[in-house]
Write a protein that binds this ligand. Structure first.
Ligand code: NAP
Length: 494
């Protein structure tokens, strides 16, 4: 018998949502394993200045646990607090193990269970495993010559050191992705000099953000229906700005409208035409993740902020040298260089050995990323993913969690009814789904002209973008209606 009916790997919102939904199904014997010393995932690790959601908070929360947020786009600390609140309210603490990293997982074909190894040398067995480890979790340091030579302070955005005082310092930041967009305006006024090293400009759009006043919060929290109206409006906005814009670009020109808006925004916000030109993206909106901010672009009007677009030649003991020979002397180097995505060891973040020795990383490497409905992979029984390939359609991450858990709990419910100890997606069902996803590429922004030069982390080495080409409504419908016989259910011989 396994130690637990289920192990959930990862204590971010995916893991929290998975635990709540397992309880709802009546599976109470689970263990939630988290590598960090707290829950909340991205919101536990990312505490850099200015960190906040960039999907309206009315959407960026569980549908069953809504709260009156302080702003339309809540700060990261509020999300961390929300994670802790969910863990307490839904009684997850006693079944949570922090500071425990899963380093290996292997399926036992004879016993129909998973054996998980931890960094503490322990073995935990479970009938079912839910992988809730996210993707953007392992900080990526840039592959720049001399990276280790710098003698000042070096900090990655996802591992912020709050003891580091930036006041009056000469600071450089490498990268202009979503993290940098939030940090740059937050620190510019306190540092002596901020040099921003940009390789590819980001599309930056207006952020419809504002504090939600006391009265608004009362209305949201107490008057029936107000929260739902706010949520529906917010969902519609999110749907239009990502899934519709990205997956139906060939049919609905939302991205073109957004590009016009982005260029107007840039014109209004940045005074110097040379700087403005450098900040202008030369690729289509949606090819890589855009950002929403009202104060990122105007930061480049400041006298103490320099936008450097000459490629970096090397990092030196005292700063950064660009290929034009300019030496930028600095005290602090901020790496806003993102996370591992398709690099080896990230998807999955630990070796996953399925039935008859199948290796998940190798399977994906040779067969391209794929998973039935983004949840399960043939050859890996009793193993379910929240953020598997072609699972996330780009709307709120909370939609993804609830949708994938609806799928998973339907399967586990059927397994329980059938007293099955082994549940595996069939190759035919997986192939059908993968083929359908590839067949939808024609209208996706990623595969239309315009993405050259985006340098987007969405694309893997095969040129695939394993994001689910579907509306949110379709993902919800599919999770409730997919054919449960797409899975094979088996029972251990007595
Ligand atoms: P990112 O989007 O991957 O951006 C990394 C940046 O570093 C890019 O500008 C990249 O340039 C640059 N870079 C990387 N290596 C470099 C090198 N060797 N030399 C020069 N530049 C280099 O990372 P991120 O900003 O941390 O964001 C990652 C993701 O986290 C986002 O896309 C988003 O999904 C999520 N996020 C969300 C929020 C939120 O508000 N909810 C906030 C932050 C992050 P290139 O573009 O040329 O590669």
């Amino acid at each position: 018998m396994p130690d637990h009916q289920a192990v959930i790997v990862g204590g971010g919102f995916s893991g929290i949502g998975a635990a709540i939904k397992l309880d709802e199904l009546g599976i109470h014997d689970y263990l939630l394993v988290e590598a960090g010393d707290g829950l909340g995932g991205a919101w536990h690790w990312n505490t850099y200045p200015g960190v906040a959601v960039d999907i309206p908070s009315f959407s960026y929360q569980f549908s069953f646990e809504q709260r009156p947020w302080s702003r339309v786009y809540a700060p990261g600390s509020e999300l961390k607090d929300y994670a802790e609140h969910c863990a307490d309210k839904y009684g997850l603490r006693a079944r949570t193990r922090l500071n425990t990293r899963v380093v290996a997982a292997e399926f036992d074909d004879d016993a129909h269970l998973w054996r998980l190894g931890t960094d503490g040398g322990e073995q935990i067995t479970a009938r079912f495993v839910i992988g809730a480890t996210g993707v953007l979790t392992q900080p990526k340091r840039p592959d720049i010559a001399g990276s280790d030579d710098f003698t000042g302070d070096v900090i990655h955005t996802a591992r912020w050191d709050h003891d580091l005082d930036l006041r009056g310092k000469r600071v450089a930041i490498i990268g202009t992705g979503a993290s940098a967009v939030q940090i740059i305006p937050s620190i510019a006024a306190q540092v002596a000099q901020l040099t921003v090293f940009q390789r590819t400009p980001i599309w930056c759009l207006p952020k419809l953000d504002a504090p939600i006043p006391w009265l608004g919060r009362q209305l949201l929290g107490r008057v029936p229906g107000v929260e739902s109206v706010a949520r529906v409006a917010s969902q519609a906005f999110v749907e239009l700005t990502f899934p519709v814009a990205a997956h139906f670009a060939g049919l609905v020109p939302v991205a073109k409208v957004g590009e016009r808006q982005g260029r107007d925004f840039l014109r209004r916000q940045v005074r110097d035409p040379v700087v403005r030109d450098k900040l202008t993206p030369r690729y289509g909106l949606g090819c890589k993740r855009p950002s929403f901010s009202n104060d990122y672009l105007p930061t480049f009007n400041r006298d103490n902020v320099l936008l450097e677009t000459s490629p970096i030649e090397r990092i030196t003991p005292t700063g950064i040298r660009t290929v034009d020979g300019v030496e930028h002397e600095i005290d602090v180097l901020i790496l806003a260089t993102g996370f591992k995505v398709f690099e080896a060891g990230n998807m999955p973040p630990f070796p996953v050995i399925g039935s008859r020795g199948a290796d998940l990383e190798k399977f994906w490497d040779s067969n391209r990323f794929q998973a039935y409905e983004g949840v399960s992979v043939p050859g890996f029984p009793n193993f379910f993913l929240i953020l598997g390939p072609y699972g996330y359609n780009g709307s709120s991450y909370f939609n993804l969690i609830e949708t994938q858990m609806r799928h998973i709990t339907r399967c586990l419910g059927k397994a329980r009814d059938a007293e099955a100890t082994r549940v595996e997606i069939t190759t035919e069902a997986n192939d059908r789904y993968f083929t359908a996803m590839l067949g939808r590429r024609g209208n996706q922004v990623f595969f239309r002209p315009g993405c050259d030069g985006a340098n987007s982390y969405y694309f893997d080495k095969h040129g695939d973008v394993p994001i689910r080409a579907a509306t949110t409504a379709e993902t919800i419908w599919r999770s409730a209606r997919f054919d449960l016989d797409d899975y094979r259910y088996e029972k251990l011989p007595a």
